[in-house]
Ligand binder design. Structure first.
Ligand code: DGT
Ligand code: CA
Ligand code: CA
Ligand code: ZN
Length: 576
């Protein structure tokens, strides 16, 4: 690996930073910075000069000691002294330098005066308004640091699908409205409907003279333009999400859409397959022949691309190289579930607990979605913050639903409850009242940090109760906010299968719990999944599409999903 002058300069600058943070003699710090500058300014490669036997200590500002260190870097690619300094430096002190307002001097002050070692420490100190009083800081700097910390956090995290969707929809409209633009499509993980996206990848075709890139980088939500070119531009939106836009030729549109939809792993596997057939596949098309004499045999549409490599069309949600190529080859791809396959929703709250709409309003909204049933699942008493139901209130609601049901035709309200699974695995309401319900959704809302064994045992014990039907949001994770609690999902699914229980795929965009792999596991283990919204409002029922996306990523078909059944069939399945 060749060592460039810039590599040496970077290492010396890092040494200077760390020395300065630790409060070393300013002359020593300056010596490293000067050396870094000298090396950077050299017209020739310093590594090459050493090769030719040059004496580097003849360079200005480079003494014997520094010359020795340069040799070390050129020979080993690293510097022991820097490694040592990094070892001594507590935690992530060097990472603090990534905050725009902080140089090594300020980082040193923060460390010595407030004991700040990490970005978290920094955030806390800023929040507690401790930074403004330090020498050389002030309230304004403190505020800027807080803003910068927020930006950093936002920029690093992956963005939830539904959040990305909100940013993407107006952007696609905007791009589609620019003169000369013909086709606009989103590719990447977004098109694969991943629960979170790293960035957005947009493709478009347009007339040669379209001002699309100028207009794109001037989009109102753009906060930073990282690159702008004729065929590719990259920007950051104000919330931190990155967007790549590529202009592709019409003849390559399908090939580019296919390539940039990914996943990378899927692409690599298909490319290998193409090579075995004597074909080349890339973002411009599928080609036959040698490099000098190649013929494009496909490229304008994705269908064409698949056909050229002798595969049936594979839905974007499946393109993860998790067996979809083999399945496609055998004609064994699943017929993926679509929203219209669902006949109802099995998890919804009303105003009676922490929902926002009345029972009637929720039913009206469900009917508008074309459903023929809705389960009303209030919280149970353990969830006191949500005004969870005790036995008496549940019985009142049961009576209310019975009355309302008499007036309804062609629609079934399922009497239900989202009953808590208590720490010992018992359910939060007595069996006598659970027996009056059509079905139950049973959820864990407390004691998230039990061991895997204990948590798994707790849930399986709950399933032993004959009134247990559906395990609600089975891992409790909140995307980007709360990790899943530790459970042995295979064991849980095994137990569910044995007992005739089901697992929920909670469609709320912050949950999407089960995740895609767990959905696939459920399918393989023969455990049916209920795709439910956990709606707390009429609008919440529409989140069902996120659940459908996730289910498709988990290979689920109509038959794998509980709430594709007609009322009578569903009730039969629910009988244990
Ligand atoms: P993300 O953004 O992290 O959520 O995931 P993706 O899948 O959107 O990845 P991204 O944005 O880096 O690239 C978009 C697509 O471009 C990716 O899914 C497949 C394709 N791609 C990118 N780099 C490569 C590569 O090195 N080889 C191949 N075969 N495809 C690539
Ligand atoms: Ca992407
Ligand atoms: Ca990208
Ligand atoms: Zn819940």
């Amino acid at each position: 690996m060749p060592i460039h002058n810039s590599d040496i300069a970077r290492i010396f600058n890092q040494v200077a930073d760390l020395l300065e943070i630790s409060g070393a003699n300013p002359f020593r710090v300056r010596a490293y910075r000067n050396a870094a500058r000298t090396i950077e300014d050299q017209p020739q490669s310093v590594a090459g000069m050493l090769d030719e036997g040059a004496d580097l200590s003849e360079l200005s500002g480079i003494g014997k000691d520094l010359a020795g260190k340069i040799s070390e870097i050129v020979e080993t690619g690293r510097l022991q002294m820097l490694d040592d300094l990094e070892q001594e430096m507590p935690g992530e002190l060097a990472k603090l330098l990534n905050i725009a307002q902080l140089g090594p001097k300020r980082v040193g002050t923060l460390h010595r005066e407030l004991g700040i070692d990490t970005l978290d420490d920094l955030a806390q100190a800023a929040k507690a308004k401790k930074i403004r009083d330090l020498n050389g800081f002030g309230a304004k700097t403190e505020k800027k640091i807080r803003e910068e910390l927020k930006r950093h956090k936002g920029a690093q995290a992956r963005t939830k699908f539904a959040e990305a969707e909100q940013l993407l929809t107006p952007l696609l409209d905007y791009l589609g409205g620019i003169e000369g633009v013909k086709q606009v499509a989103v590719a990447g993980s977004y098109r694969r409907c991943k629960e979170t996206v790293g960035d957005l990848d947009i493709l478009l075709t347009c007339a040669h003279d379209s001002p699309v890139m100028d207009r794109f980088v001037n989009y109102e939500d753009v906060s930073e333009v990282s690159a702008k070119g004729k065929t590719k531009s990259t920007v950051r939106l104000r919330g931190g999400l990155q967007v790549d836009v590529r202009v592709v030729p019409q003849v390559s549109y399908g090939a580019a859409l296919y390539y940039f939809t990914g996943s990378k792993e899927h692409n690599v596997a298909v490319r290998k397959r193409a090579v075995e057939k004597g074909l080349k596949i890339n973002e411009y098309g599928v080609f036959r022949g040698t490099d000098d004499d190649e013929e494009r045999i496909a490229g304008a549409s994705e269908e064409e691309v698949f056909k050229a490599v002798d595969l049936p069309y594979i839905a974007p949600e499946l393109r993860e190289n998790r067996g979809e190529i083999e399945a496609a080859q055998k004609g064994a791809l699943p017929e993926l579930i679509v929203r219209e396959d669902l006949r109802g929703d099995l998890h919804a709250h009303t105003r009676a607990t922490d929902g926002h709409a009345s029972l009637q309003e929720m039913i009206e909204a469900a009917r508008e979605l074309g459903y023929s049933y809705l389960a009303i699942t209030e919280h149970s008493q353990a969830v006191s913050v949500a005004k969870g139901f005790n036995r008496k209130r549940l019985e009142q609601q049961i009576a209310e639903i019975d009355q309302l049901s008499d007036e309804l035709s062609g629609f079934r309200i399922f009497k239900s409850i989202e009953v808590d699974i208590l720490a010992d695995g018992s359910l939060d309401l007595p069996d006598e009242v659970l027996a009056k319900l059509d079905l139950t959704v049973c959820s864990v809302h407390s004691k998230f940090n039990l061991s895997v064994e204990k948590q798994t045992e707790r849930i399986i014990r709950a399933m032993d109760n004959p009134h247990f039907n559906i395990l609600g949001h089975p891992t409790g994770r909140l995307i980007n906010e709360r990790e899943a609690y530790a459970v042995d999902m295979e064991k849980i699914m095994g137990a569910a299968k044995e007992r005739g229980c089901f697992l929920e795929l909670n469609a709320h965009p912050d949950r999407l719990d089960l995740n895609d792999r767990h959905c696939r596991m459920a399918k393989e283990m023969g455990v049916k999944v209920a795709i439910s919204t956990d709606a707390h409002s009429t609008a919440g029922l529409k989140n069902i599409r996120y659940g459908i996306d996730q289910a498709r990523r988990g290979w689920l078909s109509k038959d794998d999903v509980l709430n594709t059944r007609r009322v009578a069939d569903l009730l039969k399945l629910l009988k244990r």
